[in-house]
Design a binder for this molecule. Structure first.
Ligand SMILES: Cc1cc2nc3c(=O)[nH]c(=O)nc-3n(C[C@H](O)[C@H](O)[C@H](O)COP(=O)(O)OP(=O)(O)OC[C@H]3O[C@@H](n4cnc5c(N)ncnc54)[C@H](O)[C@@H]3O)c2cc1C
Length: 368
């Protein structure tokens, strides 16, 4: 592949990168598109609630609702104990646009990547970006398999890693240090099928059923507070879980593995949406607290928008396209932050506990 030249290289095949690559290939069939993915989708992926609001953008890239069959189940009741010790049925934390889905996230991401490939993108799996340098009008990209390619434009879609942007000296500004500790359970036949959210003194819990009779249970807290409680040890996790009022009652411990999957879940954004010959999309551009379960929808949407900006840039309209995209994404983030503040203001039971006091009146700060 040495010396191969692409019009656009998309780095990262999560929902944002695959949506961007599929949109580029379907709307602009003359373009050559490389989609680079670090994994073979074998590592456990987290983030399984797909609200119905995601369906129109999936349709836009030619990925029909029927494709979700076999990798998802319908979303049932959502309830939360948030601002109140009682578990109440709620719709405000999740989309009210109709019935959503519980995804097998690995299969969903792999299927979207395959869709981008079937749409015409050249996909390289198990292959990371190692280094990127500007060479005249092109990017010179070094890949982990030893190959190097040229690309006229790069879309940064590596999620919270921001691998490409950091290489360009652009860092995310973070609002918090939220982190998720998740465990998977096998469900018995009669188990409750609902999603539940429960606030506690040190953070909050969520649990959701998954296709294939599994259930995810996650505890979210700030990394320093979680470490003080002994996380990520499974004993510490279980001790906190046993203190829950509602979540523990929904989970029946059948064949539960001990593994705790740890993932960052913080809110933050890059200081700029892109630069000369590149643009960021999805979580790489702006990542959000998963309380609202909007990350996948937002990633798909911004991936499609990024495809239009990339084409504008290739056609010599980089400046206006970049500033429109940057302004739109900044507005989305402001909207999210307003909603985030409202959600956290609903929980006032522990105003002196650090997790909650940090969220009652916050501002973006440069990550350490
Ligand atoms: C605990 C938790 C729960 C969540 N729950 C939900 C939920 O219920 N619903 C929801 O909508 N959202 C949820 N989210 C958010 C959602 O998962 C993300 O917003 C979404 O995955 C962002 O998509 P993305 O494509 O931008 O990034 P990612 O999904 O992170 O994809 C990035 C891709 O880039 C690849 N990559 C990374 N580095 C490189 C490299 N150097 N070279 C090549 N490839 C690379 C990665 O392997 C990955 O495939 C949750 C998040 C967390 C942390």
């Amino acid at each position: 592949m040495a010396g191969t030249r692409f019009d656009v290289a998309v780095i990262g095949a999560g929902p944002a990168g695959s949506a961007c690559a599929a949109s580029l290939c379907r709307r602009f069939p003359g373009l050559t598109v490389l989609l680079l993915e670090r994994t073979r989708f074998e590592e456990q992926r987290i983030g399984e609630v797909l609200p119905a609001a995601a369906l129109p953008v999936l349709r836009q890239i030619g990925f029909s609702k029927e494709r979700l069959v076999g990798m998802s189940s319908s979303s049932h009741i959502a309830s939360s104990a948030w601002g109140d010790a009682r578990l109440l049925e709620t719709h405000h934390l999740f989309s009210a646009a109709g019935q959503g889905f519980h995804l097998d996230r690995n299969r969903f991401d792999a299927a979207l990547c395959f869709h981008a490939e079937a749409s015409g993108a050249q996909v390289r799996r198990a292959c990371s970006l190692r280094a990127a340098e500007r060479e005249g009008e092109d990017w010179h990209l070094e890949l982990s398999d030893g190959a190097s390619v040229l690309s006229r434009f790069v879309v940064e879609a590596t999620g919270r890693r921001c691998a490409f942007a950091r290489g360009q000296g652009v860092r995310p500004q973070m609002l918090d240090r939220l982190i998720a500790y998740s465990r998977f359970f096998r469900e018995g036949e009669c188990d409750e099928k609902s999603i539940a959210i429960e606030a506690c003194r040190h953070g909050w819990w969520y649990t959701a059923p998954l296709p294939g009779g599994r259930r995810i249970v996650s505890f979210l807290s700030d990394v320093d507070l979680a470490r003080e409680r002994g996380l990520p040890s499974s004993e510490a996790w279980t001790a906190l879980f046993d203190e829950t009022e509602h979540v523990a009652k929904l989970v029946h411990d059948v064949e539960c593995g001990d593994e705790i999957v740890v993932r960052p879940a913080s809110t933050g954004a890059l200081s700029v949406a892109g630069g000369d010959g590149w643009l960021a999309t999805g979580d790489a551009l702006a990542s959000c607290d998963p309380l609202a379960a909007q990350g996948i929808t937002k990633a798909l949407h911004s991936g499609v928008l990024a495809s239009f900006v990339a084409v504008d840039a290739l056609q010599g309209r980089a400046h206006e396209a970049h500033s429109r995209y940057g302004a739109l994404m900044a507005r989305h983030m402001e909207g999210f932050l307003r909603m985030h503040a409202v959600h956290y203001a609903h929980e006032m039971r522990w105003p002196d506990m650090p997790f909650w006091s940090r969220r009652h009146g916050v501002r973006l700060e440069e990550a350490a």
